[in-house]
Design a binder for this molecule. Structure first.
Ligand code: AHR
Length: 516
């Protein structure tokens, strides 16, 4: 049993009651002391691995020059895919990868990207820079990448400038086993086996770049398109409807009002929620950082609110809420975008910490979410990897995902006090049998946190911890110094029902403990 009772924690109320500020030598000038309790029997739902999903768009140098270097590149590659990126992403484990957009999805015509590469048309990417693409990366190449890194493919279909026929044909091409002209064409193009694609997005941001529609207009399109999308082959499709930007209630209410008489509701409904930065990525002040961190409270509120709105139409909870674009979006530097591609930004420790705040939100709300996809995988926005020539650097956000990995498939559990304020300590915890995982984010750049965590009703046999930290909020991994910020082992002690640890300033720490 914990030396501090559950009753004691509940009675205590606010975190402030458990903290005292002292000055000491060590990570920083200040140290806050905190006590929390996790309750292995208080489930908050299963953490679906898909909550750690990713997104790769034809945007800037995410695909061309980033993930895809081409078959004849001097950069080491596997069938055209950048070898180092494949290795890093495979090691990270990518449960699901969304493609080809984003805004790009509603101007993408899948036929452009199949067949002999040198016969594929060159098209102008109208949303992102107006440059041309040769379509050398298409459906087969994307599926090949997913297989190389072990990800489930998620196709975002074209509603805005496409047709129901075009989308149904793409599904048939991908999933029908054999014997139809489209499935036979797939076989001739190198894949006799169907791709068995499960996740199908029905358009992207239809309220904006996907067609500037009203929610009821989109609802009509959704109903029309999905009428012609049966199950081709042995994989039941999972259809994803476009939800709101942030917490827009009107979009959700009107979309579901229009779906009321339909027997088949969407399987997934996705909101987009970016955490905007008011400065260029490496020029943040502490105020800028805190303003961005504060947005993760709004993200949590939006998830709860949107889930509530959907529940009013879907009392059995069959429609899964998703956040298939999220992450930090700082102010772009025009010269960097010109040199490295649209929406290119550095990912300092501050962005990695922000990303971990988002992952903690998703873990705590595991019962309310089925998938989340960080935007984006390489060289765009909150990226996992940055590339330059043959160099490939893992960002602090990559490591935030790596530190979150042990939670996958485990049961999210309750923490008291709840620790949901992104400007204070942020906690997510999960269990599976005797294995307990905690991810602790210290968002303060000048204070370490001495934490005592008790586990209700259990003893802790052992605990080990790794931490990603840097007290300079603008520090980052560069092409010259790629390993400046990597997770390091930090001491964690297990005693009775408690784990004690000191969390460095501006850090993400994961404790893996074995319960007795
Ligand atoms: O991720 C960048 C862009 O942000 C996507 O293309 C779009 O869906 C969103 O507005």
């Amino acid at each position: 049993m914990s030396s501090i009772t559950r009753r004691g924690f509940v009675a205590g109320g606010s975190a402030a009651l458990f903290s005292a500020i002292t000055t000491r030598k060590g990570f920083s000038a200040g140290t806050t002391e905190r006590k929390i309790q996790v309750s292995p029997n208080d489930s908050l739902g299963t953490i679906h691995p898909e909550l750690h999903g990713h997104f790769a768009e034809h945007l800037g140098s995410c695909i061309y020059g980033g993930l895809w270097v081409g078959l004849h590149s001097p950069i080491p590659n596997i069938r055209g895919h950048r070898k180092l990126a494949v290795e890093y992403l495979k090691a990270l484990g990518v449960p699901v990868l969304r493609w080809p957009g984003g805004c790009f999805a509603d101007d993408y015509h899948w036929r452009d990207g199949v067949g002999e590469p040198d016969k594929r048309p060159k098209r102008v990417n109208i949303h992102w820079g107006g440059y041309t693409e040769d379509n050398s990366f298409g459906t087969h190449e994307f599926v090949d990448l997913c297989r190389l890194i072990g990800a489930q493919p998620y196709f975002a279909g074209n509603v805005g400038s496409g047709s129901p026929r075009e989308l149904r044909d793409w599904m048939e091409y991908c999933n029908y086993p054999s014997g139809s002209s489209l499935s036979d064409e797939r076989a001739r193009n190198g894949s006799p086996e169907p791709f068995r694609i499960k996740y199908w997005g029905v358009g992207n941001e239809l309220w904006g770049c996907g067609g500037n529609m009203t929610p009821s207009e989109y609802c009509d399109y959704y109903r029309q398109f999905t009428t012609f999308l049966p199950r081709f082959g042995d994989v039941p499709p999972f259809f994803i409807a476009c939800g709101p930007s942030k917490d827009n209630a009107d979009w959700t209410n009107q979309f579901f009002a229009g779906m009321k008489d339909r027997r088949r509701q969407p399987d997934g409904y996705t909101m987009h929620f970016y955490s905007n930065g008011r400065a260029p990525a490496t020029r943040f002040t502490v105020e800028d950082m805190n303003a961005q961190f504060a947005s993760f409270r709004q993200l949590e509120t939006a998830i709860l609110h949107q889930r509530g709105l959907i529940d009013a139409f879907d009392p059995q909870g069959k429609v899964g809420l998703m956040v298939d674009e999220w992450g930090v979006w700082d102010r772009m530097v025009p010269e960097e975008e010109r040199e490295r591609g649209r929406l290119w930004q550095q990912i300092p420790i501050r962005a990695g910490v922000a990303t971990a705040l988002g992952l903690n939100v998703f873990h705590r709300n595991a019962s309310k979410l089925v998938m989340c996809n960080i935007a984006q995988m390489v060289n765009v926005l909150d990226s996992m990897l940055l590339t330059e020539g043959d160099k490939c650097v893992r960002t602090p956000s990559y490591y935030a995902f790596e530190l979150a990995k042990p939670h996958r498939g485990k049961t999210s559990i309750k923490t008291e006090p709840a620790q949901e304020d992104p400007l204070e300590l942020s906690v997510s915890a999960s269990v599976d049998g005797n294995s307990l995982v905690l991810t602790l984010v210290n968002p303060k750049h000048e204070e370490s946190i001495k934490l005592q965590c008790s586990v209700a009703g259990k003893s802790v046999a052992s605990a080990k911890a790794r931490s990603l930290y840097h007290s300079d909020i603008n520090a980052c991994n560069t092409f010259e110094s790629p390993d400046a910020i990597v997770p390091k082992n930090v001491p964690a002690t297990a005693h009775g029902a408690e784990i004690a640890i000191e969390l460095p300033p501006l850090s993400v720490t994961t404790i893996e403990a074995t319960l007795g």
